[in-house]
Design a protein around this ligand. Structure first.
Ligand code: HEM
Length: 419
């Protein structure tokens, strides 16, 4: 059994809203202490330049509490924001689309966009996922080493979203830069001030509105056309709604999957016996290995809800209007829900992790697509570069929201026929 990580911070000194906390190496120990000693705790909010300091937030760190709040979307709503800081309502929808909505609007929009994510639509993408993963791996194969994040993991999800939405090749690079700006807010390397962030979102939105308008009049074989033509009970997407959904997809579907693949590569290097078990029976082990990678990585660290009434959770009363943060990273290491949670186990069963959310109305729309991308990427890597392994410590994104790796070197022996 791998021992639970520790921290020397006493529970009263833990401040989840403070930037310093997220720079500490004992993050897992901090959450383990909260789970054990204060499963529902209150924290001051960080200050965002240009915004008044918010009232603070409650933190749910145990698996059962995260699942319960996720599934009770009458009591724990998303319409007042799904990140810790507050934004004006127009901005919430502009940036977050359905992730910042509640029933009945959320239900209506989700019904409309589901058209683009049915199992059949996702199965149709499989061929492209495979072709793109193969191209990425074969192109880099002769090099013998590279930065895994930029050269391998980042290329696939973005390319799939761009192809799926009908975005031409020439615009792919720009989409990549803009999504980095939006999700890198807080990390000094990306220099994301609120102005830079807004202009990136406006650029994405303008691009999407033009694309949506074009597909409304001349549909093609892409999801943008399906969405712009979809009609549910007389409702259609406006181009503004489409643009916000597009921003959500570019950010939600891109960095998350990239980070799952990168953390997966690191775990498969750190746990060579697990890698051997997967490589020995790729198809048989893939379903559980992919879930374990998502649990292990937990690419989205938290989402927030707001209580609509006084409610008791984990023995603590939360008042109407108070913010409640669901820490997926902690729930996915909860020793009450997972046996030996700090062990990476490619055949872990059961594995009801909350990496894609706790199973409520907002459960990740792209979960099946992400699972396929992770599976196919490792299949292509194992086939062409079976010895690939991480050779540098990952350079982590500074963020309490995205568990991101910015850079991580990998090396392998180039296969003879590709050298
Ligand atoms: C490993 C990769 C991914 C992870 C870890 C992930 C994680 C999440 C999480 C935690 C949520 C919120 C769940 C909740 O509040 O209950 C979410 C929502 C969402 N995700 Fe993902 N996601 C991934 C990939 C994708 C992909 C590939 C797409 C689309 C191309 C996508 C689209 C969405 C959308 C649209 C929502 C909002 C759903 C709603 O509000 O109803 N995600 N995701």
């Amino acid at each position: 059994m791998i021992p639970t990580p520790t921290t020397d911070l006493p529970v009263d000194a833990i401040a989840l809203g403070a930037a310093d906390t997220w720079a500490r190496p004992d993050r897992d120990g901090i959450f383990a202490r909260l789970r054990a000693e204060r499963p529902v705790s209150f924290h001051e909010e960080p200050e965002f330049i240009g915004f008044p300091k918010g009232p603070g937030f409650w933190s749910l760190v145990r698996y059962d509490d995260v699942v319960r709040a996720s599934r009770d979307s009458d009591c724990f709503i998303s319409g007042r924001g799904s990140n810790i800081g507050d934004l004006p309502i127009e901005l919430l929808e502009f940036f977050g689309s359905m992730i910042n909505m509640d029933a009945p609007r959320h239900t209506k929009l989700r019904k409309l966009v589901n058209r683009g994510f049915t199992p059949r639509m996702v199965a149709e993408l499989e061929e492209n996922v495979r072709a793109q993963a193969r191209r990425i791996v074969r192109e880099i194969a002769p090099a013998g080493e590279c930065d895994f994040v930029q050269e391998i993991a980042a290329s696939l999800p973005l390319k799939i979203i761009c192809d799926m939405m009908g975005i031409p090749e020439a615009a792919n690079r720009r989409m990549f830069e803009l999504s980095n700006v939006i999700l890198g807010i807080g990390d000094p390397e990306y220099g994301s001030t609120m102005d830079v962030l807004m202009s990136a979102a406006v650029e994405l939105s303008q691009y999407a509105q033009a694309l949506g308008e074009e597909r409304m009049t001349s549909p093609r074989d892409d999801i943008t056309s399906v969405l712009m033509q979809a009609d549910v009970d007389g409702d259609r997407l406006t181009t503004a709604e489409f643009a916000s959904f597009f921003i959500l997809l570019v950010v939600a579907g891109n960095e998350t999957t990239r980070n799952a693949i990168s953390h997966g590569m690191k775990a498969l290097t750190d746990f060579p016996a697990e890698r051997q078990r997967w490589m020995a029976d790729f198809e048989g082990v893939a379903p559980t290995a992919v879930e374990e990678i998502v649990r292990w990585a937990t690419p989205v660290i938290h989402f927030r809800r707001t209580a609509t009434r006084d409610v008791e959770i984990g023995g603590q009363t939360i008042r109407e209007g108070e913010k409640v943060v669901l820490w997926y990273n902690s729930a996915n290491r909860d020793e009450r829900a997972f046996v030996d949670p700090y062990r990476f186990d490619v055949t872990r069963t059961p594995n009801d992790h909350v990496g894609f959310g706790g199973g409520g109305a907002h459960f990740c729309l792209g979960a099946n697509l992400a699972r396929r991308e992770i599976k196919v990427m490792f299949e292509e890597l194992f086939r062409t570069l079976p010895a690939i392994h991480v050779v540098s410590e990952p350079d982590l994104l500074f963020s309490a929201f995205i568990h991101g790796i910015k850079r991580m070197r990998v090396a392998w022996t180039p296969p003879g026929h590709l050298r």
